[in-house]
Design a protein around this ligand. Structure first.
Ligand code: ATP
Ligand code: FE
Length: 337
């Protein structure tokens, strides 16, 4: 089975080609236009997708060394995401399927982030989570603990009630005057700092849910108070501030994950989403794995941020169930998990 997959939910235009579970190509065009604005500008994202989509799909097909005639089905991200961005990928996928008489498969972007663990670079790759497993999905728009029963059945057992973890990184970075997206920069600066230099408030929530807006506020007030006394406070303590902030975010994430693993008795633990690139989070997960006898899984960096490879693998599993959609299918910005 050869799947052509398209991802355009936010600010990356991506196309991938898979042969069953094995990746043949994965092309991503990032959009630099948003840098100057400190965040993704939806209208600019849609326009950039329109410019990128044809060259990106063309390259994915060429890199995969297949012919258009070899394709068995077209998978696309239906949501959640930015409406204008989703429309470009969805419209392209529908047109491609119609003109080439191919079945069409809609994919939930968040399911796909979780299924990134099943992408094979070689047919013999077998290092994959065993069902059921817990997946901490931490990205720019989401923070949730997902119980994954099989490739197509998964359930959120806890999620953020306000900001996502990536958003917390990015918003706090903005407060510090760092450019967007701040997450990777905080990670880099944190490496040189003392994570116990400062403490920030953590939410008190009983279930597996997260909250990061309190941390953001406490971080903002802390910096404001310090700057009143010492205008160079941020500049002089950059690494320590980043390390302490990062530690707090990781503490918040891990407390609930430990609780969920204990309560469910599941020891297969996976990370997914852009924030799983964070080196502090990766290190902590490895420490916890030893302490709690977890078997942990983290996808390769290229498959943690937005990419069409994860859409292709999800599309493949849906293809096996003949779970197709028709031309009337519309993108859905707030698609439910
Ligand atoms: P969603 O999938 O929820 O719609 P998204 O696709 O925009 O969101 P991703 O691309 O998965 O999100 O992740 C982007 C986020 O990951 C950004 O908030 C970014 O700051 C964060 N991020 C990336 N690398 C790191 C890092 N090393 N440390 C911390 N955060 C990081
Ligand atoms: Fe994403």
């Amino acid at each position: 089975v050869i799947i052509l997959a398209i991802e355009s939910s936010c600010d990356d235009t991506s196309a991938a080609v898979f042969k069953d579970e094995v990746i043949l190509s994965n092309c991503v065009a990032n959009q630099d236009v948003h840098k100057a604005f400190g965040g993704v500008v939806p209208e600019l994202a849609s326009r950039a997708h329109q410019q990128n989509i044809i060259p990106v799909v063309d390259k994915a097909i060429k890199d995969a060394k297949i012919k258009k005639e070899d394709i068995s089905a077209v998978a696309f991200t239906r949501g959640p995401g930015l409406m204008g961005s989703l429309l470009v990928g969805t419209s392209f996928a529908k047109a491609f399927a119609l003109t080439n008489d191919l079945p069409l498969i809609d994919v939930n972007h968040l399911h796909a982030h979780v299924l990134a663990h099943f992408i094979k670079e070689h047919p013999e790759d077998l290092d994959q989570p065993k069902f059921p497993f817990l997946c901490l999905l931490v990205s720019g728009g989401n923070s949730q603990i997902v119980m994954v029963k099989n490739h197509l059945e998964m359930e959120i057992i806890g999620q953020t009630i306000d900001d996502a973890a990536g958003e917390a990184f990015d918003k706090c970075a903005k407060v510090m005057g760092l450019p967007y997206p701040g997450g990777p920069l905080i990670d880099k600066l944190a490496k040189e700092g003392d994570e116990n230099a400062f403490t920030f408030s953590k939410p008190r929530i009983d279930n597996y849910d997260y909250s990061f807006s309190g941390l953001k506020t406490s971080f903002l007030y802390f910096l404001r108070d310090q700057i009143k006394v010492n205008p160079d406070f941020i500049e002089n303590n950059k690494a320590d501030i980043c390390a302490s902030l990062q530690k707090t975010i990781i503490d918040i994430l891990m407390d609930k994950l430990i609780k969920a693993a204990k309560d469910t008795g599941i020891n297969q633990i996976a990370l997914a989403g852009g924030v799983s690139a964070n080196s502090g989070l990766r290190n902590r997960l490895e420490e916890l794995a030893i302490q709690h006898n977890w078997v942990t899984y983290i996808p390769k960096f290229a498959y943690t941020t937005d990419n069409a490879a994860m859409i292709a693998i999800n599309g493949y599993y849906k293809y096996l169930k003949k779970d197709f959609v028709g031309q009337e299918t519309a993108p859905f910005a707030r698609l439910e998990f």
